[in-house]
Design a protein around this ligand. Structure first.
Ligand code: ATP
Length: 267
């Protein structure tokens, strides 16, 4: 796979195929974000402005971050990630400055997607309990959104699991005026997610992913990914006694016997 350098991390580019149980969500996002980023001329011709901001909401671990990365990758757009809680709590004026600089950088690099994770932490409802620092940051974000021109080819995607907690002004037209629900997967979705995370993993005949999908009601993608990781570790533990860790590499015959069984998934 191709690797990109992002904040010093190397990671494989995520595609739509790496997301399970989110077909309708992906379709909606492609239409709202990918299409205008790839073909701004369509919207210019019609004289309508594509959305500047899209709000993803859903419980933690349902794939919101992965979704935003995938859309950026599949749209050939640069990806800028802001973790809400990280922006907060810097010295006076620092948070606004960071936000401003990031918007500038993203505009220069366009087509770009700015992803703001946990937006409720930087743009909570302004009220009596909100501090001055928070109020200034919300105001800055609104100013930056209003300042975006459609032809800049920049879309802001924000994620939250508490849509009711964010400042209403953010959801006005021209700001985050589109919303997409990223839900908890059903059995079919869980099966797809399990398939994705066991892709390329040697599975023993006894490992039944259909059955596992049936029995994991309420699990979100992050839970299923953790389940698969744990099962793989169990398989490694089982083979440990056969290993001579002093050898430079583990012999192929031993590796060939390494498979994840149904039991490994029981933990
Ligand atoms: P949070 O709101 O806690 O930030 P999130 O909704 O952004 O969570 P991600 O960070 O995208 O969730 O997901 C965490 C991990 O869980 C992913 O890296 C992936 O391994 C797995 N995962 C979550 N949802 C899916 C999915 N729909 N398909 C495949 N993997 C998923």
């Amino acid at each position: 796979p191709e690797f990109t350098e992002q904040h010093g991390e190397r990671r494989a580019d995520v595609t739509y195929d790496d997301l399970g149980g989110l077909k309708d969500t992906i379709d909606a996002l492609r239409e709202m974000v990918e299409l205008p980023l790839r073909h701004p001329e369509l919207f210019q011709r019609l004289g309508v402005d594509p959305p500047k901001g899209v709000l993803l909401h859903g419980p933690p671990g349902t794939g919101k971050t992965r979704l935003a990365r995938a859309v950026a990758n599949e749209s050939d757009a640069q990806f800028f990630h802001i973790a809400g809680p990280e922006v907060m709590g810097s010295a006076y004026g620092e948070s606004e400055k960071k936000l401003r600089e990031l918007f500038e950088e993203a505009a220069q690099a366009a087509p770009s997607i700015i992803f703001i994770d946990e937006i409720d932490s930087i743009a909570p409802k302004r009220g009596q309990v909100t501090g001055e620092a928070e109020k200034r940051l919300v105001a800055q974000l609104l100013t930056l959104m209003d300042g975006l021109e459609p032809r800049q080819n920049l879309v802001v995607i924000a994620a939250t699991n508490r849509p009711e907690a964010i400042d209403e002004a953010l959801r006005r037209p021209g700001r985050f005026d589109r919303e997409i629900v990223v839900g908890v997967p059903d059995e079919r979705g869980r099966r797809e997610i399990l398939g994705i995370h066991t892709r390329g993993m040697p599975l023993d005949g006894g490992a039944d992913l259909d059955e596992l999908a049936r029995r994991t009601y309420g699990f979100v993608g992050a839970d299923l990914a953790a389940l698969v990781r744990e099962a793989a570790l169990e398989a490694v533990r089982r083979i440990m006694p056969e290993l001579n860790l002093d050898e430079a590499t583990i012999p192929t015959e031993v590796l060939d016997r390494l498979a994840v069984t149904g039991n490994d998934f029981e933990g």
